[in-house]
Write a protein that binds this ligand. Structure first.
Ligand SMILES: C[S@@+](CC[C@H](N)C(=O)[O-])C[C@H]1O[C@@H](n2cnc3c(N)ncnc32)[C@H](O)[C@@H]1O
Length: 367
């Protein structure tokens, strides 16, 4: 079987490592997509374990040089849809086209409908365009004239973790928070700080990584409803994943100036059953300036929404100062405040481009 895991831009290499950890062969890594092949058990394992993935798709068919609608029609028609949809499941189709001759989403979708109705003719299948209905989601993706027909095995996107039912003030995407912790090379037995922790996304993801908690054991997936894997196998793999948790003491510290955030953060961590394992304080960032800090800091400081330009400059100057005062501190911050580059000595930082909810950011690392 062939699979495609979609990701946010910039974290494809981490998604690749996640899949290699499951001992499967990567076929291709392109912008926001990792293609790999393996046994059907991967459907459960990648959905349970992927921290940075967005959706896991089954690759149903692919072909190069799809430059006219007849070729697309044939491609869709020849898939054995009856074998895939064992139940009379409503089907929903999305399409996306990048740098290709076929680009009209509307026409691609109408071609698809004609082709599938033709192959399922006489059956009780429903092609339904209501996004809120439970349904099988097909994605027709055309990139550089190569068409891929993909079946979503995840259902809702994997970045929407169960513990975060509410957040305010620019929460970071959960899958991005996990990617930052992985990129920081934090050694789990060393102190970890997030001095702008908001709803606690980064500390919670850090603790789940350190404890090897699979992020996705407590939710339903599309693959279960579509019977892509039998119930016993998926439950056995779920039970196996639960047993892989390590129990160790970690020093993870989160703080934020906003008292409402403190309450919200505690609720989130409580839902993740991790509340008592993270040291959390209400604290102004500047209180760190007269403390000695060691090991790893990963944080997402405020940017444009709430602060005035001079306050932002003050804040980011002090972030740089904190790193200068603490040479033992490995420091990473993610921000879309591009002016940070003007405030620092550039050769003391490295940066990596990432996207948070589609907005361009940099992840600056003090060298
Ligand atoms: C971009 S948000 C962080 C969001 C967080 N990563 C999350 O996922 O919820 C920035 C946070 O910095 C906090 N903040 C602003 N000024 C601060 C200061 N001087 N000291 C500490 N925290 C501050 C805000 O309350 C806000 O929660």
């Amino acid at each position: 079987m062939k699979f495609v895991l979609s990701t946010i831009a910039g974290v494809e290499s981490i998604a690749k490592k996640e899949i290699e950890k499951q001992w499967w062969k990567i076929e291709e890594v392109i912008d926001r997509l990792v293609t790999f092949s393996g046994k059907k058990e991967l459907i459960a394992n990648v959905n349970y374990w992927s921290r940075v993935g967005n959706k896991l798709y089954l690759l149903m068919w692919e072909a190069d040089n799809i430059t006219d609608f007849d070729a697309l029609f044939d491609l869709v028609k020849w898939i054995n849809w009856k074998q895939i949809f064992k139940k009379d499941f409503p089907i929903y189709v999305k399409s996306s086209s990048i740098r290709s001759e076929l680009f009209s989403a509307r026409t691609i979708q109408s071609i698809w409908k004609k082709a599938i109705v033709k192959s399922l003719v006489g059956e009780r299948w429903i092609v339904n365009e209501d996004e809120n209905l439970q349904k099988a989601e097909i994605l027709i993706l055309i990139i550089d004239n190569k068409a891929r027909i993909l079946l979503n095995t995840s259902g809702n996107a994997l970045h929407m973790r169960w513990y975060r039912t509410q957040a305010w003030d620019a929460p970071i995407k959960e899958s991005l928070a996990a990617a930052l912790v992985l990129l920081s090379n934090w050694r789990f037995k060393e102190n970890f700080y997030d001095p702008f922790c908001g709803s606690w996304t980064i500390p919670i993801e850090a603790l789940m990584i350190a404890k090897n908690i699979a992020p996705w054991l407590k939710r339903a997936f599309a693959f279960e409803k579509l019977w892509l894997l039998d119930w016993e196998t998926s439950e056995n793999l779920r039970a196996l994943a639960r047993k892989k948790t390590f129990d160790w003491d970690y020093t993870i510290m989160g703080s934020d100036i906003d008292p409402e955030m403190v309450e919200l953060a505690k609720e989130n961590a409580g839902r993740a059953w991790l509340a008592w394992e993270i040291n959390f304080e209400r604290k102004d960032f500047k209180e760190y300036l007269d403390k000695e800090l060691y090991w790893t800091l990963v944080s997402n400081p405020p940017y444009w929404e709430r602060l005035k330009e001079e306050d932002l400059k003050w804040m980011y100057n002090n972030i740089d100062k904190l790193f200068r005062l603490n040479p033992e501190l490995k420091g990473w911050i993610i921000s879309s405040f591009m002016e940070f580059d003007w405030l620092i000595k550039k050769d003391t930082y490295k940066k990596r481009k990432l996207y948070n909810w589609g907005e361009k950011c940099y992840f600056w690392r003090r060298k």
